[in-house]
Design a protein around this ligand. Structure first.
Ligand code: NAP
Length: 240
């Protein structure tokens, strides 16, 4: 199989970085998008012989330039992983207009801009894998995370609708909806919170970024060519 080119938004750390390592280990050329974590993205790119590109996914111009640069450099894009995301814990009544807009700007608009920029290339080649990152809170809703839950539910809706629209073009679109994963996104949780969540989880542990990377790897594999519009949930059974 020819080497595939993978673009991972928010690949500088956490789940995105684990995915970058997984796909590189599987023989893919990985492009790591970052927004603020330049040093970490560049160190990771050096480690896996990948390429780091800066873009704030909430800015359509930056996203378009990023995708154009990837296509100029590699002449090909096979897999797009829309992983960049932010979270926020707040009571619904305390959310500001700015909180709400930023949540959707990064988690939903960013995905729209990224997929839109890459799509003509995928359609031209009549192939491509698009993977989106939702969350268990997008499936069942999380208290004090209404904006995040709404944005992540939108990701699931976008995934399913796009899968129907793009199937005839040979492109699959699938979503991964993780449970609680040990990354900086959960840095606000103390050891006691994490222990309580692990106890609530049927598998008895908090997830690792690598657990999510494996789900992404499967959905991008040749074996998943007939899988589209699905939500795969590495969550240890917390949400079933
Ligand atoms: P993380 O450790 O906080 O990392 C977030 C990543 O997103 C970073 O690489 C960051 O890049 C990037 N990012 C944030 N804003 C961006 C922007 N405007 N433009 C481009 N990149 C941006 O989070 P994570 O836990 O790995 O989460 C990754 C994805 O999984 C997110 O979509 C998240 O909602 C989802 N998820 C996570 C969990 C969990 O428990 N951790 C559970 C369910 C779903 P820079 O540092 O370079 O800015």
């Amino acid at each position: 199989m020819a080497q595939r080119v993978v673009l991972i938004t928010g690949g500088s750390r956490g789940i995105g970085a684990a995915a970058a390592r997984r796909f590189a280990a599987g023989g893919d050329k990985v492009v790591i998008n970052y927004c603020r974590s330049r040093e970490r993205a560049e160190a990771l790119a050096a480690e896996i012989d990948g390429w780091a590109v800066e873009a704030d996914v909430s800015d359509p111009e930056q996203v378009r330039n990023m995708v154009d640069n990837v296509l100029d450099k590699f002449c090909q894009l096979d897999i797009l992983i829309c992983n960049a995301g932010i979270a926020q814990q707040k009571l619904f009544g305390d959310l500001t207009d700015q909180d709400w807009r930023r949540m959707f700007a990064v988690n939903v608009d960013g995905m729209f801009y990224t997929i839109r920029a890459a799509l003509p290339h995928f359609i031209h080649r009549k192939q491509g894998r698009i993977l989106t990152l939702s969350s268990m809170w997008g499936q069942v809703g999380g208290s004090c995370e209404v904006a995040y839950s709404a944005a992540k539910a939108a990701v699931i809706g976008m995934t399913k609708a796009l899968a129907k629209e793009l199937g005839p073009s040979g492109i699959t679109v699938n979503c991964v909806a993780p449970g609680v994963i040990d990354t900086e996104m959960n840095a606000n949780l103390g050891p006691e919170d994490l222990a309580a969540l692990a106890e609530e989880t049927p598998m008895g542990v908090i997830g690792r970024p690598e657990d999510v990377a494996e789900a992404l790897w499967y959905l991008a594999s040749p074996g998943a060519k007939f899988v589209t519009g699905q939500v795969l949930a590495p969550n240890g059974g917390l949400i079933v």
